[in-house]
Each structure stands twice: as structure tokens, then as C-alpha cells.
Design a protein around this ligand. Structure first.
Ligand SMILES: CCCCCCCCCCCCC/C=C/C(=O)SCCNC(=O)CCNC(=O)[C@H](O)C(C)(C)COP(=O)(O)OP(=O)(O)OC[C@H]1O[C@@H](n2cnc3c(N)ncnc32)[C@H](O)[C@@H]1OP(=O)(O)O
Length: 289
């Protein structure tokens, strides 16, 4: 049960304004991210993937994978957030879901202003589910590049509201081995992904893989198999992390087309277990598929 010093007050919570944050990245960050989700990992001259890590054929800019958008919100979140009347133990936090809308192809370097808001909070008794929405605007032009909705599953933080009518708030319609050590260089340094003692304390036999790393692998496979290697075809991405992945496990992504929606499921091959499922909406498909 969540420890709350002050009485839980939904009005106070919903009126609470979260601070704006800033995020700047460059081509080096873009390339390190792509390597962290396995770009060119099988073949250093992979003709579909070299563009994510190198100025292939003299291209002016390194191309940015749409899941890079998920990093833009992290700067504002990994420090944690203060919400009035609500407490949680950060060591028991798990990334539950990620939803991303990409409004235009991401530039290979940018300075951004993130507007952060509370998109949802649910009391599940044994856990609380918190949803944070981050809208990332290009500094200067003020153009909105993308939106991330990050869902965190806060084990042990439920029970903060009236148990006969548990609190449930959503401000949007509901329609919608080395790996971790390399991936953390993209900015998520949570020791849950690298330190065996921290992982043990959190209830895992060894460090677990970042959810956004698994998501990156999965969406890269969708771009390769369905979008013919064109990352700008991706409009929205949704994914739910079903169970933990351990670094070194083999990820296999299966996908099905449903109109302009790709339904996908990622499994860990060694355990034949589904670890991630979701969908990708794409801008258009050529008839030759
Ligand atoms: C004030 C707080 C501020 C915090 C701000 C911090 C922001 C942090 C930034 C982002 C995160 C960065 C840190 C990254 C961490 C990671 O990457 S962790 C690794 C990736 N994640 C995982 O490996 C999690 C894998 N999933 C699981 O282990 C399980 O699914 C689970 C999350 C533990 C839940 O399983 P279980 O306890 O068995 O739940 P259930 O009993 O099945 O369901 C209970 C209710 O919860 C709903 N639910 C279940 N799973 C999820 C999910 N993944 N996301 C969202 N909701 C989920 C489920 O529907 C149930 O609801 P009801 O049906 O209404 O009862």
C-alpha cells in the first residue's frame, strides 16, 4: 500500500502542474541508440540499417528510427516526479506500456521543449498504474514533433484511494547479454538493468532489459519487414510489456497486417514466451506487399 503522508486528494492531484523540461540530442545519440537496439548487429553493412548509424552513400543526415522518440520523454521522467499525496518505491517500478505518436520524421539533431502532464492514474490495489504524457516541441520553430504516453506499473503503490471505489483517471480516449549495458548509454541508467544486487532487491534473479530496448528491436523489425526499411512510414506505435526480458535472450517479432495497422507480438525464443504486444499504424502501404 502506498505510504501517503497527506490524505489522497484527487482534486489536488489533477490540478497539479508538472514542470516543462528540455532535451537536446545530436547524430551521435541517434547512432548509439540505433546500435543499442541492434541496428547492423547481424551485418555491419546491412543495406537497410546502415543509414541509422552512418551517412550511407553520402546521405546528409543519419536517419532516425521512430522509436528514438521514446527517449525524448525520458529526461523528464527518470528523475521521478512529485505528485501531491502519492508515494511509491522507485525500486519496484516497472515500465508497463509505451504509446508514441510521431508527427513528422525526427531530425538527426534537435533541441526540444517537453510539456509533461498526468494522463492517467489507476489504483489496482496491489499496484498503481501511472500514465505520463510528454509532448515534445522543437525549440525555435515551436513545432510539435511527437507525443509519448509512458505507463508505469508501480508495484506496492496501490491502495491509496477508497477501496470500495478505487481511483481511476484517464484524460484520453482508450482506443488506442550486453544488450542492456549498451542500451543504457542512450540515457536510462536505472541500475535495475545493470546491477545484480539492485535487480535482486526488486525481485528479479538478474538485471532485466529496458522495456524501450525491446520495443526498439520490435519496431525496427516491423519497419524492415512491412515498411520496406522506411522509418518515416510509421505514424503511431503502441506496446505493452507483458513480462520481463533478460539481456542476452533472443527476441523474435511476429506481425500481421490489418488494413494500415500492423499487429505485432515479440517472443523470447529460448522460453517461447510473449514479452511484448501491440500495434503500429503506418502512413501507407505499397500494393506490392
Ligand atoms: C509519481 C510517480 C512518478 C514515476 C515516474 C517515473 C517515470 C519512469 C519513466 C519510464 C520508465 C523507465 C524505467 C524503465 C523500466 C523498465 O524498462 S522495466 C522493464 C520493462 N518492463 C517489464 O519488463 C514489465 C513486464 N510486465 C510484467 O512483469 C507484468 O505485466 C506486470 C507489469 C508486473 C503486471 O503483471 P501482474 O502483476 O501479473 O498484473 P495482472 O494481475 O495481470 O494485472 C493487474 C492489473 O494491471 C493491468 N496491467 C497488467 N500488466 C500491465 C502493463 N504491462 N501495463 C499496464 N497495465 C497492466 C491489468 O490490466 C490489470 O488491470 P485490471 O484488469 O483492471 O485489474
Amino acid at each position: 500500500m502506498a505510504a501517503s503522508d497527506s490524505e489522497f486528494n484527487p482534486d489536488l492531484l489533477l490540478a497539479h502542474k508538472l514542470p516543462e523540461t528540455r532535451y537536446t540530442y545530436n547524430e551521435r545519440d541517434v547512432a548509439i541508440y540505433a546500435l543499442g537496439i541492434g541496428a547492423c548487429g547481424q551485418d555491419a553493412v546491412d543495406s537497410d540499417e546502415l543509414k541509422y548509424v552512418y551517412h550511407k552513400n553520402g546521405q546528409e543526415f543519419i536517419q532516425v528510427l521512430p522509436t528514438f522518440a521514446s527517449l525524448l520523454s525520458l529526461g523528464s521522467l527518470t528523475e521521478g516526479l512529485e505528485l501531491p499525496g502519492f508515494k511509491y518505491d522507485p525500486s519496484l517500478l516497472l515500465h508497463g506500456q509505451q504509446y508514441i505518436e510521431v508527427y513528422k520524421p525526427l531530425p538527426s539533431k534537435a533541441s526540444l521543449i517537453n510539456k509533461v502532464s498526468l494522463a492517467g492514474l489507476q489504483d489496482k490495489g496491489k499496484a498503481a498504474i501511472l500514465e505520463i504524457e510528454t509532448r515534445s516541441y522543437e525549440k525555435g520553430s515551436g513545432e510539435l514533433l511527437c507525443m509519448n504516453r509512458t505507463t508505469v506499473f508501480l508495484r506496492g503503490a496501490g491502495g491509496f484511494s477508497n477501496s470500495s471505489q478505487p481511483f481511476s483517471y484517464k484524460n484520453y480516449p482508450s482506443s488506442q547479454g550486453l544488450a542492456a549495458l549498451l542500451y543504457r548509454l542512450s540515457g536510462d541508467y536505472n541500475p535495475l538493468h545493470s546491477d545484480p544486487n539492485v535487480a535482486k532487491f526488486a525481485g528479479f534473479p538478474r538485471p532485466i532489459l529496458h522495456g524501450l530496448c525491446t520495443l526498439g528491436f520490435a519496431i525496427k523489425a516491423v519497419i524492415k519487414c512491412v515498411c520496406k526499411g522506411d522509418p518515416s512510414a510509421v505514424k503511431t506505435i503502441s506496446g505493452r510489456f507483458l513480462t520481463t526480458v533478460f539481456p542476452g535472450e533472443t527476441l523474435v517479432t511476429e506481425m500481421w497486417l490489418q488494413g494500415l495497422r500492423v499487429i505485432y507480438q515479440t517472443k523470447v525464443k529460448e522460453r517461447n514466451k510473449a514479452v511484448l504486444s501491440g500495434y503500429v499504424d503506418i502512413r501507407g502501404l505499397s500494393s506490392s506487399l
